[in-house]
Design a protein around this ligand. Structure first.
Ligand SMILES: *Cc1c(COP(=O)(O)O)cnc(C)c1O
Length: 244
């Protein structure tokens, strides 16, 4: 599929704007913009979109469904991130020793990914997803079990726990302080963990609507879809929701 010129121009503008938002937020708290990795979330968009983003200088791309990840990862050279809910029967497809898996939230998944990485002779990078808001609609390990889960994963020789990820509950408009507090919770957890587990340094948090709050609260990775690629087509009936 070819992307028309109007789309390409709109994308260039959006990419510039997202980078400016990251830069402003970082500088506002004395951080370096380069310490925040932009992950372009290409879910539901065609492979041509992912390829174009890479050509435009986006180094990292994310998908939340295994099937889409597998197809685009095969065709587009980027650093890939799996950010969606992971079922154990799909672990084999994401565990390639390179894709950063953001959504490890329970021991059974740690076991499955570690076993698969061992079989393949790779060390798999992962993040532990935290359900900071105890939101039953979202995946993630409860806050009070994060230390235990990170220690458990850290003990697996074929895993490398690189940090924490979260999707806070949707806050009502104007409730930025609520969202900020969730991001601060994730940072607090990371700060508690990093002395014992020095690889645990990344904070994957912040999306199109709240990336400034995330960067101000220490995000090292932001996952941005709509603000880069425009609105997503709704999924065909019967497929799963696109929230992680
Ligand atoms: C879709 C998705 C994003 C990006 O969301 P936007 O609001 O479009 O930026 C980020 N993280 C996860 C886990 C997602 O599923």
């Amino acid at each position: 599929m070819a992307l028309d010129e109007a789309w390409q121009a709109a994308f260039a503008t959006r990419l510039h704007e997202v980078r400016r938002r990251i830069e402003r937020a970082a500088r506002s708290v004395g951080r370096e913009p380069d310490d925040v990795l932009l992950i372009g979330v290409t879910k539901t968009h065609p492979t041509a979109v992912a390829r174009h983003a890479v050509d435009a200088g986006v180094t990292d791309l994310g998908e939340n469904r295994v099937q889409e990840l597998v197809v685009k990862r095969r065709e587009v050279p980027a650093r890939w991130h799996f950010i969606g809910r992971l079922q154990r029967n799909k672990v084999r497809e994401v565990t390639d020793g390179a894709t950063l898996v953001h959504s490890i939230d329970r021991q059974a998944l740690v076991d499955a990914v570690a076993r698969r990485a061992g079989d393949s002779g790779v060390r798999q990078p992962i993040l532990v997803q935290v359900n900071v808001g105890d939101d039953p609609a979202k995946g993630g390990c409860p806050v009070h079990r994060v230390h235990e889960l990170v220690a458990y994963a850290h003990a697996q020789p074929n895993l490398r726990v690189e940090g924490l990820m979260t999707m806070p509950p949707l806050a009502p408009p104007g409730a930025d302080d609520v969202t900020a507090a969730y991001f601060a919770t994730l940072r607090q957890l990371r700060d508690e963990l990093v002395s014992e587990h020095p690889d645990v340094r990344h904070l994957s948090m912040g999306m199109s609507a709240d990336l400034e709050l995330a960067v101000e609260n220490g995000a090292t990775m932001v996952r941005v879809g709509t603000a880069l690629f425009g609105p997503r087509a709704t999924r065909p009936a019967g497929t799963t929701k696109d929230t992680g």
